[in-house]
Design a binder for this molecule. Structure first.
Ligand code: FA5
Length: 339
């Protein structure tokens, strides 16, 4: 019994099996218990001998069981630790990181620039009232210049904004000029019933700029636009203003920058003029000031509206605006800021 028990214990390979052996050998129905139970039938002389012997075997088997149990427990722990080992020197699994869309990158750059110059950033609603998108910008219902911006109407008086300029009126009417000038930019999406082609999209972006206060001049506008051009395209570029027309500015201008490709020499990108048209701007029309409750005798200002989509086209030599919206990651990854 002892031999067989010890052998079985030694051969046991897991804790559950070891427990079965314990029950079999030392349990209530096991052979040792049977022997000890039968002691009462033995003679006085035999009883201590058999008892001692049986106890010895039980102690020995118990010891062997305990030793094996400890051995198996250690082995199980070691196996678990080995399985959970972490090799910190292994290279990690690379995760693909997203990045802002190239148009958003341009907007972010402009926002950073203007916040640095003390402008506030105001974000307006894409669904706008006709009143703010047109009327408060000096474009009454029958004004022919409304045709310049073909409009998606939601109801006769509510529309998808065609420009970010309504934010001029919304910010001016809220501003307390006793606290100083109003300086704001407003980036966002705008919508026009333009037929999509290489340079037009029915949904695109604009960044509006507005400064209204005392003694704000056209020279301030030009200086500001120069900073914009230099920040986005490089230090060597010049800005020129050409007369233009917008109902909400007087005088109105269109701003050109030196073609960065040929540095003014003339090339295909600038249609051999040496200049690239980048935005519309002007001095805020007195009617617009008045309609927003600002006294044009005391205050004046400039405004500009630029299209980051067109900026991105110029900056990166993209020939078709639709590429920005088709979301082909192979195209978009070219503008990965992290290189
Ligand atoms: C305006 O929208 C005026 N609100 C800009 C302005 C603001 C003038 C403040 C004066 C004072 P315009 O329609 O030219 O102007 O559009 C401004 C810019 O938006 C254009 O220079 C061009 O870059 C861009 N743009 C216009 N239409 C589209 C189009 N369909 N797709 C992509 N970009 C466009």
């Amino acid at each position: 019994l002892r031999k067989q028990g010890i052998q079985e214990i030694k051969a046991s390979a897991d804790l559950d099996h070891l427990n079965d052996i314990r029950v079999k050998m030392l349990g209530k129905k096991g052979p040792l218990t049977t022997v000890l139970r039968g002691m009462k039938d033995l003679s006085k002389e035999e009883r201590p001998k058999v008892g001692k012997f049986a106890n010895e075997i039980r102690d020995e088997l118990t010891q062997a069981l305990e030793a094996k149990k400890a051995e198996l427990a250690t082995a199980r722990l070691n196996a678990k630790l080995a399985a959970e080992t972490l090799d910190v020197t292994l290279p990690g699994t690379p995760t693909v990181q997203g990045q802002p869309h190239v148009i958003q990158q341009i907007i972010d750059q402009l926002v950073d620039l203007f916040v640095g110059m003390g402008y506030q950033v105001a974000v307006g609603d894409e669904v706008e009232q006709d009143e703010y998108n047109f009327e408060r910008l000096n474009l009454p219902k029958d004004h022919p210049a409304r045709d310049m911006q073909d409009t998606f109407y939601v109801t006769p008086s509510v529309l998808m904004r065609t420009q970010t300029s309504p934010m001029q009126a919304r910010m001016m009417e809220k501003h307390d000029f006793a606290n100083g000038p109003l300086k704001m930019i407003s980036p966002g999406k705008v919508y026009r019933r333009d037929t999509d082609d290489a340079t037009h999209s029915h949904q695109f972006h604009q960044v509006e700029g507005l400064v209204v206060g005392e003694h704000v001049t056209m020279a301030d506008l030009k200086g500001t636009l120069e900073v914009v051009a230099k920040t986005l395209f490089g230090d060597e570029l010049a800005v020129r203003l050409r007369p233009s027309y917008f109902p909400f500015t007087e005088p109105s201008v269109e701003a050109d920058i030196t073609c960065f490709n040929c540095m003014g020499q003339g090339c295909a990108i600038c249609k051999h003029t040496g200049w690239l048209e980048v935005l519309g701007a002007g001095m805020v029309h007195p009617n617009v000031l008045k309609m927003s409750g600002v006294d044009p005798e005391v205050y004046g200002g400039f405004a500009f509206g630029l299209g980051p989509d067109r900026f991105a086209m110029i900056k990166y030599g993209v020939e078709d605006i639709r590429d920005f919206y088709q979301n082909d990651v192979r195209f978009l990854n070219q503008f990965n800021q992290k290189g």
